[in-house]
Write a protein that binds this ligand. Structure first.
Ligand code: MN
Length: 128
């Protein structure tokens, strides 16, 4: 079986480097996109096994990214996880209304990130 491929859409360089390092060390292939529209086109081209998206991006936000991915037949089946510091109840509702399969809280928990990602890849939507 080939390595699972993760597309990480993030404009913050520190987060991008951190997440890429952790996930590559866990055996995943990590592709980065720095804007929402770049993320949508890379998802269409590269068909990742999971998309992790930041919410605040320089062009379209992570909600819009998720809506576009879920609307397209090419990408609708790919799980999308929002990575956000906004974990109030209303924000969680916004994440799920946009079609996200879950969220990962910021600041990033280095120790639990690989497990969280593994569960999302396996389709478990109840991971925290
Ligand atoms: Mn951002």
């Amino acid at each position: 079986m080939s390595k699972a491929r993760i597309l990480y859409i993030e404009d913050n360089l520190d987060n991008m480097i951190l997440v890429k390092r952790i996930l590559e060390a866990s055996g995943y292939e990590v592709i980065n996109a720095e804007t929402g529209s770049e993320g949508v086109s890379k998802a269409e081209q590269l068909k990742p096994d999971l998309v992790i998206t930041d919410i605040n991006l320089p062009d379209i936000d992570g909600y819009e990214v998720t809506q576009r991915l879920k609307k397209s037949s090419q990408t609708a089946s790919i799980p999308v996880v929002a990575m956000t510091a906004n974990v109030m109840q209303q924000d969680r509702e916004k994440v799920s209304q946009a079609g996200c399969d879950g969220y990962i809280a910021k600041p990033i928990d280095v120790d639990s990130l690989p497990d969280q990602v593994e569960h999302f890849i396996r389709g478990n939507k109840n991971v925290r």
